[in-house]
Design a protein around this ligand. Structure first.
Ligand code: AMP
Ligand code: MG
Length: 284
């Protein structure tokens, strides 16, 4: 199945998250086969990133959004782990600092966008300014309602400059969230992830869903599409995202830059140097 086609939010289409099964896992012969597929996609991603870096003409911006415990950190760990840290970075967007809040809402995002040849992952993003900000009424509606167009313009600037933008909403059910909260409680290694706000935010679930639906409807474009990824099953989430990313990167027609030297001439220099070191001459 082509996951990019299956999960993309077509520009202008309505989004009804209630109609999308968060536990969808497609048909796979076995879990082992699915894991093998994920490994293949992750290898494809590593190769494509090498080319992106070498090509140094285009860039990739990945936006990860989800409700708490939706799995953003897990995607970073399992899907991007084969990418070279040279040329890849992750930025986590928290509550804006005083300094950040003193600027327009896109300022802190724009500073973090990828340069040519780079991959940047946004763990949360400028979309928080039409999600948490809208749900908690941190600014008046007259302010946040204008932001969808501003976001589209912003993303247009990036894409005109050679940045491929892919945006993922990790779709989980309230029951799955509760189960993950329980796992966090049971595992002292994960206690640091628990926040007081987890349960108050959970009560606002319907408002968040509405805000997500609106955001995706208004900002899924040809150049910067949204994907709704069924994410109750972590392995399926990783498989789908890695496939969509690998397909997208391979579509970017990345190529190695032309060789800047005369390879035959350099080869002669190498053989001369090797001979001086007493190395055997190459077989003809
Ligand atoms: P976490 O991702 O669990 O570390 O939490 C980060 C918190 O920062 C979340 O509760 C976000 O909703 C919040 N956050 C991120 N961006 C903004 C923003 N622009 N305004 C207000 N809160 C934000
Ligand atoms: Mg959190």
């Amino acid at each position: 199945m082509n996951y990019q086609k299956r999960f993309v939010v077509e520009p202008g289409a309505k989004v009804r998250l209630g109609k999308i099964n968060p536990a969808f896992e497609d048909k796979h012969d076995s879990k082992d086969k699915a894991t093998l597929k994920l490994q293949k996609h992750v290898e494809r991603l590593a190769k494509a990133q090498y080319l992106l870096y070498a090509d140094a003409n285009k860039s990739l911006l990945v936006v990860l959004q989800a409700l708490d415990a939706g799995g953003k950190d897990g995607v970073v760990r399992h899907v991007f782990n084969a990418m070279n840290p040279q040329g890849t970075s992750v930025f986590s967007f928290k509550q804006p600092s005083k300094f950040e809040a003193a600027h327009d809402f896109l300022w802190r995002a724009h500073r973090r966008t990828p340069g040519k040849g780079e991959v940047v992952i946004f763990n949360r993003s400028h979309y928080e300014d039409v999600l948490v900000v809208r749900v908690h009424k941190l600014v008046p509606k007259a302010v946040w309602s204008k932001r969808y167009e501003l976001i589209n313009d912003f993303e247009k600037i990036l894409s005109e400059n050679g940045t491929r933008i892919l945006k993922f909403y990790l779709h989980i059910s309230p029951d799955e969230q509760l189960e993950r909260f329980e796992q966090r409680l049971d595992d002292p290694l994960r206690h640091w992830k628990i926040s007081d706000a987890d349960y108050s935010e959970r009560k606002l679930w319907p408002a968040y869903i509405e805000a997500y639906e609106d955001a995706m409807e208004r900002t899924s474009t040809e150049d910067a599409p949204w994907y709704v990824i069924p994410s109750n099953h972590k392995w399926f989430r990783n498989l789908a995202i890695s496939e969509i990313l690998a397909d997208a990167l391979e579509d970017m027609e990345l190529k190695l830059p032309p060789t800047q030297v005369d390879i035959a001439e350099i080869r002669r220099k190498y053989h001369a140097a090797a001979a001086r070191r007493g190395h055997k001459p190459p077989k003809a």
